[in-house]
Write a protein that binds this ligand. Structure first.
Ligand code: ZN
Length: 171
């Protein structure tokens, strides 16, 4: 396992449509492990391969029990309900904005063993999945803001909220 460099929004792979992975081989397993280590070190709620300069359809997300879930060729099967909240991106550190997402999602993809899996999630984790799926299509959270006025520094949001704990998905 190794830490990879997380690139910013100005890196070209962040705007590319990532390619499907033909086979979950040793290099893909290594990529999943590196993404996991890099996400946990950041720390973040998710990390997609294009963020480390690899234009492949692979990401990791921190699950509801803080376990790391790595998915290859993930797809949205179903989305229901709406959640509106702040999110940020490890490729745009320190900034957050308000984005509307499905409240619940079902995602399918292949795991590190090449086995097809379906995962149902809601809330914070469902937001992270949708954020990572977007990364695979070159879409950034700043493209999905409910309003440009909601884009702000995370520290300013924390000041505004004061007593209230601010839980922001950074992925
Ligand atoms: Zn991101």
């Amino acid at each position: 396992m190794a830490l990879r460099t997380i690139y910013g929004f100005d890196h070209p792979t962040l705007r590319e449509k990532a390619k499907r992975v033909p086979k979950v081989d040793a290099s893909i397993i290594r990529l999943i492990d590196d993404l996991a280590e890099t996400m946990l070190a950041a720390p973040g709620a998710g990390l997609a391969a294009p963020q480390v300069g690899v234009p492949l359809r692979v990401f990791v997300v921190k699950g509801e029990e803080n376990q790391v879930i790595g998915l290859v060729n993930p797809e949205l099967v179903k989305g229901e309900g709406v959640q509106v909240g702040y999110e940020g991106c490890l490729s745009y550190p320190g900034w957050v904005g308000e984005v509307a997402r499905y409240e619940e999602v079902v995602i399918k993809g292949r795991n590190r063993h090449g086995k097809e899996v379906r995962i149902k999630s809601s809330g914070f984790t469902a937001r992270a999945y949708q954020h990572e799926l977007d990364h695979l299509d070159g879409i950034l959270f700043i493209d999905r803001l409910t309003s440009l006025d909601t884009l702000r520094k995370l520290e300013d949001l924390e000041d505004e909220e004061e007593e209230e704990a601010v839980a922001v998905v950074e992925a």
